[in-house]
Ligand binder design. Structure first.
Ligand code: SF4
Length: 464
């Protein structure tokens, strides 16, 4: 498509969420709202709960929506799907933009692919708008911050954009999706996924999110809870909210004020969030309980102190145990995120994790396999175990599927991963029976199994 042809096009973009899970990412809705506010028409589509191995599904959708510019939201867990979508989109002569491909190594990898025209950095809600404005007006893109394109066929990245205050952004474009058909599932029932902050002050060696989202920034409590009320008013089915902030509990005063505001407005919905062990204290748990917080998911990741150290966690197993006990005392379910396949992990470390799980008895276990994303400290360690970094998207895809073979104890790691998955799915099923009854719980279990199967077929459940 020539520049003249683009300039004559309607200001329209199709945003695609390639994930397997049902909820389009909050950030995509935020970007959509920014575009709409600035006069660009937006359509959102997703392929949730569908295997895209057969490209016909993608082709049909792209043809039926008939928009020339497509923005595909980057989620490394959906990498194979993204590849299928960009190939098909290019085949149909679309302009292909990868949204939020994060840090420099990944942006360049995308730009080396002939199917990709542009990339935007993650943690940046404004770059796509500036990029589209340049496309529609034919202006020079080199001055637009936070994007990448090809200059004489070579990947070129512009300067980083400063992080924007979340209060300056419009409310995410919830109206572009049918909220009730995009609810996640938890033991508390159909769940809305939201965020009230971005970024994280910690520095775990395996975490890409910290790299891409930057330092912590908060939305005001008023704006956050106005949005909770808005979203609940638009849903007939939601029974819970998952605040997906990377570290929801980091600022104790804010947490207390947030809970007080929920209580003041008489919002009684069940909710849960992520937390760090060292951020939690008794006063906070008491308040969380009052505000109907039902669960906290802790990124403990391993029961081996040696592995914990490698991950950059500075907390003792004893402290973790105490916090889990305290949560249970206040009737808040402590969930445990576990990463398996850490470079240097031995069978005895896996055993220690298993033993630790038996001691702290988490209400939920969320198992992941380590994914060595370029740019991470832990990835450099993985290289000393034989990992070679891919030079193209195709190589990346192949290496992701081969990755488990690089784990120091591949068989044991995979066995334990599946064991924890099965344990957790069954536990969630029996727990949900209490809250949701047999019919909904069975639906929940089937959904879990379906998602898991799709992940195995289409990619794997890596922790990034
Ligand atoms: S794993 Fe969690 S706490 Fe650690 S850096 Fe990433 S977001 Fe922050």
């Amino acid at each position: 498509m020539t520049q003249k042809e683009i300039e004559n096009k309607e200001k329209k973009i199709l945003l695609i969420y390639p994930g397997l899970d049902p909820c389009p990412p909050y950030k995509l809705l935020q970007i959509a709202a920014v575009l709409e506010k600035n006069g660009i028409e937006v359509l959102i589509t997703d392929f949730c709960h569908q295997s895209l191995k057969n490209g016909m599904i993608i082709k049909k959708r792209l043809k039926s929506l008939n928009i020339d510019i497509v923005g595909i939201y980057f989620r490394i867990e959906s990498f194979s799907n993204i590849l299928r979508i960009i190939r098909m989109a290019k085949n149909l002569n679309k302009i292909v933009i990868i949204i939020g491909s994060g840090y420099k190594e990944m942006m360049k990898l995308f730009l080396r692919d002939s199917n990709v025209d542009f990339v935007t950095a993650s943690g940046d809600q404004l770059s796509l708008l500036s990029l589209l404005n340049c496309l529609f007006s034919g202006k020079n893109m080199a001055r637009v911050k936070g994007i990448g394109f090809k200059k004489n066929g070579i990947p070129f990245l512009t300067k980083n954009r400063e992080y924007v205050s979340l209060d300056r952004l419009p409310m995410p474009a919830w109206h572009l999706i049918d909220i009730d058909s995009h609810l996640g599932f938890s033991v508390f029932g159909p769940t809305i996924y939201m965020e009230t902050s971005e970024g994280c002050p910690y520095n775990c060696t395996y975490c890409k999110l910290r790299l891409s989202q930057g330092p912590i920034r908060y939305k005001s409590i008023k704006k956050s809870i106005d949005e909770v009320e808005y979203v609940l008013s638009k849903s007939r089915k939601a029974k819970a909210i998952f605040f997906q902030d990377l570290t929801f509990l980091f600022n104790k005063d804010r947490v207390i004020n947030f809970c007080n505001e929920l209580i003041r407005r008489d919002i009684k919905i069940s909710w849960f969030c992520y937390g760090r062990i060292r951020d939690v204290n008794e006063e906070m748990l008491k308040k969380l309980k009052e505000a109907n917080c039902k669960a906290i998911i802790f990124g403990v990741e391993s029961g081996s102190q040696k592995i914990q150290k490698k991950l950059g966690k500075k907390v003792s197993l004893n402290k973790i145990k105490k916090v889990f006990e305290l949560c249970k005392f206040y009737d808040i379910n402590p969930g445990l995120s576990v990463i398996l396949g850490i470079p240097g992990e031995r069978i005895e470390d896996l055993q220690k994790t298993l033993n630790f799980i038996k001691i702290i008895k988490p209400s939920y276990i969320i198992p992941h396999l380590f994914l060595p994303v370029p740019g991470l400290k832990l990835t450099r360690i993985a290289e000393s175990y034989g990992l070679t970094q891919p030079k193209s998207l195709d190589e990346w895809e192949i290496s992701m599927h081969r990755l488990p073979n690089l784990f120091p104890t591949p068989k044991e790691t995979k066995r334990m991963y599946f064991r924890l998955c099965i344990y957790n799915d069954l536990k969630l099923f029996f727990d949900s029976l209490k809250n949701l009854g047999i019919k909904t719980s069975l639906k929940f279990l089937l959904r879990q199994l379906q998602e898991r199967t799709l992940r195995i077929v289409d990619g794997v459940n890596y922790r990034v």
